[in-house]
Design a protein around this ligand. Structure first.
Ligand SMILES: *[C@@H]1O[C@H](CO)[C@@H](O)[C@H](O)[C@H]1NC(C)=O
Ligand SMILES: *[C@@H]1O[C@H](CO)[C@@H](O)[C@H](O)[C@H]1NC(C)=O
Ligand SMILES: *[C@@H]1O[C@H](CO)[C@@H](O)[C@H](O)[C@H]1NC(C)=O
Ligand SMILES: *[C@@H]1O[C@H](CO)[C@@H](O)[C@H](O)[C@H]1NC(C)=O
Ligand SMILES: *[C@@H]1O[C@H](CO)[C@@H](O)[C@H](O)[C@H]1NC(C)=O
Ligand SMILES: *[C@@H]1O[C@H](CO)[C@@H](O)[C@H](O)[C@H]1NC(C)=O
Length: 564
């Protein structure tokens, strides 16, 4: 008997090893952001929503295709795919679908939604089933004020048989980003004299970027969008008051045409008000959409939900501006690489996706007691999006030339290698720039960002019916640049040309210098680590491209000419 018992135990151990799962995101940070406190383990029957990123087919082909479709020198430039064509390219293999479905059904998970491209499944289940399905996961409810969220406090694993078919499972780890991307300066007082402006408004921007009153959208099929993932709403009444105060000199729409998602009630958010008010002032008279994803369920990831929406809607705006970012080091590589493929999918359809570069300059991360490194931000660091940095006026109260806004996010990815389109621009920067931080602080071989910039300092925003001054951040420059690109799309569509799509290959081809399409920003440095080595200085602006303001800020008539 004893012998047999012993044998039994051995078999048990062996089985355990054989069943040892595969961890798809071993590097995903489990840090709970400040303010969130664990409340309790979920009870067995608590509802949970899991999002499965299914392994796609033809990712290499997709990448090669995007490079061709976005290259102005290619005969295939602008021959974008429809969502259905994209599905044929990337949808998971039958084997992947069968394996994952069988696995889910075996656990009694039957309530799943797919999307048009077939490469995500979103399933409703309960906490007990989720923990059995994903060994290692321990679902906990976290509270912060009146908000609650469900996440796993430990890493999840996958059955080794399904692991090759799933890139990652969403809804378990990443907390919604809550950092206010915007800053508000307090208590600045200046004497205001004739000829001076009192902060950035649409007319100041339109003057600086050379938009005339007639530079508004005219094509009924053109459209633009901004996206929100915080619990932030814009109020139609704020938009209309903003336009009454600041929109007299140009034709514009008075309303947002589509709100996709949950527009919620409650107080308006500064960020949401800013996005809508400025994209509609630059891309004036262009139909505007707002994607609002506050996270409908406590186990969802709002940003990921937006990614799914993009691939589940066949007809959406050409331009998307997003003020959202996370530290690269807080995310798993598997997650970032898959999201990067989602940006390639958007590029293949001719969508232009713009992200704010962030408001922490080069950023800073302590790697050991006396060693710091810069801290790149994602998705700003994705090679398949256009990243927008920030500037301020040299003289803050005159429409003069622009200098670096010291908060403008920029640097080099530790995850994504440098794409071909920027190699020569960046190497020129390396050879010509004199004030470089030590190489130990950043990764010279990584994707360098931002790509472009616009004013990010001293904006006026109307929120909750009150005009508010001194609003700053790359969340402001991003919808401004996006609106200008939407005007260029308007002219392109009118001429029977394709929309711009993924802009970077065309942008880097302009080579800054040779054209006046962008105002080169050459003054100022952004912030970084407050330590004895770099003394808070990150990278500095320099002639042509630099990792602080990219190629610079838009000169609309010239940019239009060179992109037509
Ligand atoms: C995708 O769209 C279809 C049709 O509108 C819908 O039934 C489905 O639930 C959507 N998928 C997700 C994951 O929301
Ligand atoms: C743009 O405006 C500036 C002054 O704001 C002016 O010097 C420049 O000539 C203009 N450029 C174009 C192409 O209109
Ligand atoms: C505004 O756009 C519409 C099409 O959406 C167009 O008919 C109209 O002429 C535009 N307004 C101006 C002032 O160009
Ligand atoms: C707008 O799009 C619709 C549907 O694709 C098309 O039928 C119509 O001709 C387009 N309008 C213009 C002015 O191109
Ligand atoms: C630097 O970036 C490359 C990708 O370009 C990456 O493979 C490498 O691991 C990065 N190095 C560090 C130290 O993060
Ligand atoms: C940019 O202009 C400078 C000075 O005019 C010139 O030396 C440099 O070669 C130009 N660079 C490019 C890429 O055209």
């Amino acid at each position: 008997m004893e012998r047999r018992f012993f044998l039994f135990v051995l078999v048990g151990i062996k089985l355990n090893i054989a069943e040892c799962g595969f961890y798809p995101e071993p590097d995903q940070s489990l840090r709970v952001p400040d303010g969130w406190l664990p409340a309790q383990r979920l009870s067995r029957t608590d509802p949970v929503i899991l999002t499965f990123a299914l392994r796609q087919q033809n990712v290499k082909k997709l990448e090669a295709l995007v490079n061709v479709l976005s290259d102005p020198d290619s005969p295939h430039y602008g021959l974008f795919l429809s969502l259905e064509e994209l599905r044929s390219l990337v949808q998971p293999s039958d084997e992947t679908m069968r394996t994952v479905r069988t696995w889910l059904e075996k656990h009694g998970i039957l309530n799943c939604d797919s999307i048009v491209t077939g490469d995500f499944l979103q399933c409703q289940t309960d906490a007990r089933t989720a923990e059995e399905l994903l060994p290692g996961a321990r679902l906990v409810r976290y509270l912060k004020g009146d908000k609650s969220i469900v996440r796993s406090r430990s890493p999840y694993s996958l059955d080794p048989d399904v692991a090759p078919h799933i890139d990652f499972v969403g809804g378990l780890h990443r907390f919604p980003k809550e950092r206010e991307v915007l800053r508000r300066a307090k208590g600045k007082q200046y004497e205001v004299t004739a000829g001076f402006h009192m902060g950035v408004t649409p007319s100041v921007l339109r003057q600086r970027y050379n938009l005339s009153a007639s530079d508004v959208g005219t094509h009924p099929n053109n459209s633009q969008a901004c996206a929100q993932f915080l619990e932030q709403y814009f109020h139609p009444a704020d938009l209309s008051e903003f336009m009454t105060l600041f929109g007299k000199s140009f034709d514009h729409h008075l309303e947002v045409d589509h709100v996709v998602g949950d527009q919620g009630g409650g107080r308006a958010g500064l960020e949401a008000s800013l996005d809508v008010e400025y994209i509609m002032s630059m891309g004036a008279n262009i139909s505007t959409w707002v994607f609002s994803n506050p996270g409908r369920h406590e186990s969802q990831e709002p940003f990921l939900d937006w990614i799914l929406l993009l691939s589940n809607m066949s007809s959406i705006p050409w331009i998307h501006t997003i003020s959202y970012g996370d530290d690269e080091d807080s995310l798993s590589v598997a997650y970032m690489q898959r999201i990067n493929v989602e940006f390639m999918k958007a590029a293949a359809r001719g969508l232009t996706i713009l992200f704010a570069s962030g408001d922490d300059g080069a950023g800073c991360r302590q790697v050991s007691k006396d060693r710091n490194v810069f801290r790149p931000s994602f998705p700003a660091s994705s090679p398949y999006v256009t990243t927008v940095g920030g500037t301020s006026f040299k003289n803050p109260f005159q429409v003069t030339y622009e200098v670096t806004d010291y908060i403008s996010g920029g640097g080099f990815s530790n995850v994504f290698p440098m794409p071909d389109y920027q190699v020569s621009a960046v190497s020129e920067y390396f050879t010509s720039s004199v004030k470089m931080p030590p190489e130990s602080y950043y990764n010279r071989s990584g994707r360098a960002y931002p790509d472009v910039a616009a004013l990010s300092d001293n904006y006026w925003v109307v929120t909750n019916r009150v005009p508010i001054p001194w609003v700053s951040g790359t969340s402001a420059s991003t919808p401004v640049f996006g609106g200008i690109l939407a005007l260029i799309n308007d002219q392109r569509i009118k001429k029977g040309l394709s929309p711009l799509g993924f802009l970077n290959p065309a942008l880097y081809r302009l080579r800054g210098n040779g054209t006046e399409a962008l105002y080169d920003v050459t003054e100022g440095c952004h912030i970084s680590c407050f330590d004895d080595v770099v003394l808070a200085q990150g990278f500095c602006a320099s002639p042509s491209w630099d990792p602080v303001t990219g190629w610079g800020t838009p000169n609309y008539p010239e940019l239009l000419k060179s992109l037509l």
